[in-house]
Design a protein around this ligand. Structure first.
Ligand SMILES: Nc1nc2c(ncn2[C@@H]2O[C@H](COP(=O)(O)OP(=O)(O)OP(=O)(O)O)[C@@H](O)[C@H]2O)c(=O)[nH]1
Ligand SMILES: [Mg+2]
Length: 174
């Protein structure tokens, strides 16, 4: 008997240095893998993050990118074949040129994306400053440290995505 094929999605998380991309992926998948280096006061991603979620037969593979601008080549490789993207913003920071560049690139590539405003509930946050900055993309307040908020937001977004027919090659080994 033929089984309906399982849905597989590749979602890539973009955002500026220190926005919380690695934190988000650790929150949603405690078994996720991370390639990081030490930096002042913490760590920074130097290659990628990889986590996964499985819900109702849908396998979601989530890749995190490095936020440092010099790693553009890594972001391009990781972005290949993505079905959707999350643009993660540190809501205590200004809307900077790099974040604008990421948003413009996603819009040009016609990749469905959603904006998460991280750290929106911390001192100095100004989440309202980001409204109207991302075209028609949905903007949500999501704390990357809050598992419930992060899962709900990602699963709702994933529910809107259609797997690209040609991207059967991106899946990591089981
Ligand atoms: N208060 C608060 N801090 C957070 C939150 N998410 C991340 N952080 C902190 O922000 C810092 C950077 O988090 P990372 O997850 O490493 O950020 P990143 O976007 O992966 O950074 P790069 O890989 O260097 O681009 C860490 O000190 C986190 O603990 C949050 O929801 N609330
Ligand atoms: Mg990181």
């Amino acid at each position: 008997m033929l089984m309906a094929e399982e849905k597989k999605l590749k979602i890539v998380v973009f955002g500026a240095f220190g926005a919380g991309k690695t934190t988000l992926i650790k929150t949603i998948d405690p078994q996720s893998k991370h390639i990081e280096a030490n930096c002042a006061g913490g760590t920074t991603t130097v290659a990628l993050d990889f986590g996964r979620i499985e819900r109702d037969g849908c396998h979601i593979h989530i890749f995190g990118t490095p936020g440092q601008e010099r790693f553009e080549f890594a972001r391009e490789i990781i972005a290949n074949g993505m079905d959707g993207a999350i643009l993660l913003i540190d809501a205590t920071c200004q809307f900077d040129d790099f974040t604008r560049h990421l948003s413009d690139s996603l819009q040009e590539a016609k990749v469905p994306f959603i904006v998460f405003l991280n750290k929106y509930d911390t001192v100095g946050a100004h989440p309202e400053m980001f409204s109207g900055k991302f075209g028609t993309a949905e903007i949500r307040k999501v704390s990357a440290k809050d598992r419930r908020q992060s899962m709900d937001a990602i699963l709702q977004f994933a529910g809107r995505l259609t797997p690209q027919p040609h991207n059967g090659h991106h899946h990591a080994p089981e």
